[in-house]
Design a protein around this ligand. Structure first.
Ligand SMILES: CC(C)(COP(=O)(O)OP(=O)(O)OC[C@H]1O[C@@H](n2cnc3c(N)ncnc32)[C@H](O)[C@@H]1OP(=O)(O)O)[C@@H](O)C(=O)NCCC(=O)NCCS
Length: 217
């Protein structure tokens, strides 16, 4: 059976990993990459790179994965795609991910190699679970939230929309991080973090408020 075409927005390292995940599966094949600053006849990983304006104008029923690691950029790209009539945003789950049967995964979410998601957990739209992230039982990740590589989340945790847990960070069981909150790489958070708060360290302590338009990667 032939594989369906999928387009990846972005030409960076995050997009590269997603392309490898897709090519390692059986459902889709990467047809093109989309970049805002595409040069004529550019290619990435031997696929054509299409300028975003041309891509948006083309309109299509084909599938798109937004391969931008940073949530605010990802969110803006999704909004532009939706406005132009693109509607098919499949979740991409690497074949090596271990995902319990009852786990709900939202549209456009990306579960990278080696991720583990235990029962009773919900993953919202356009979330990212980066390489080797572990999300234990009965957790929720709201739309656009992201776990960097090697993050560990204990059972019963709530992760707010657009929140970001940096590389190697850990969240103790039962804790919540609010919308847009950030836990710095390597931190161990043992209490709740409020919306838009940046916490870091072991144990993590409050550092500062995050600006609403502040990108984090
Ligand atoms: C979230 C993050 C980007 C914030 O970095 P930042 O904007 O440079 O942080 P700030 O400038 O606000 O730092 C404020 C203070 O917190 C400290 N700090 C920042 N991040 C820290 C961390 N992860 N752990 C401990 N302390 C940290 C800074 O040293 C600084 O201390 P000082 O005031 O004594 O000098 C960073 O902590 C982080 O997690 N980086 C990793 C991102 C990642 O996972 N990337 C992987 C992509 S695949």
């Amino acid at each position: 059976m032939s594989r369906a075409p999928v387009h990846i927005v972005g030409c960076g390292g995050h997009a590269k990993v997603i392309a490898a995940m897709i090519e390692g599966g059986t459902r889709y094949e990467v047809a093109s990459f989309v970049d805002r600053d595409a040069r004529a006849e550019a290619t990435f990983l031997d696929r054509p790179v299409i300028g975003e304006n041309a891509f948006l104008a083309a309109g299509s029923g084909e599938a798109v994965v937004v391969g931008l690691g940073e949530w605010l950029r990802r969110k803006d790209a999704v909004a532009r795609l939706r406005a132009a009539g693109w509607t098919d945003f499949p979740a991409v789950i690497d074949p090596s991910a271990v995902v319990a049967a009852d786990v709900q995964v939202g549209e456009g979410a990306v579960l990278m190699p080696g991720t583990v998601v235990n029962p009773g957990t919900e993953i919202g739209a356009f979330c990212v679970l980066n390489t080797g992230a572990v999300l234990d039982h009965d957790c929720s990740m709201a739309d656009g939230s992201a776990l960097a590589p090697g993050v560990t989340v204990g059972g019963g945790c709530r992760i707010g929309a657009g929140a970001y847990l940096g590389i190697g960070a850990s969240l103790a069981h039962g804790c919540s991080v609010g919308n847009g909150a950030v836990l710095g790489g390597g931190g161990f958070l043992m209490q709740d973090a409020g919306p838009g708060e940046f916490w870091a360290g072991v144990p993590a302590t409050f550092v500062r408020k995050r600006a609403a338009d502040e990108t984090v990667l």
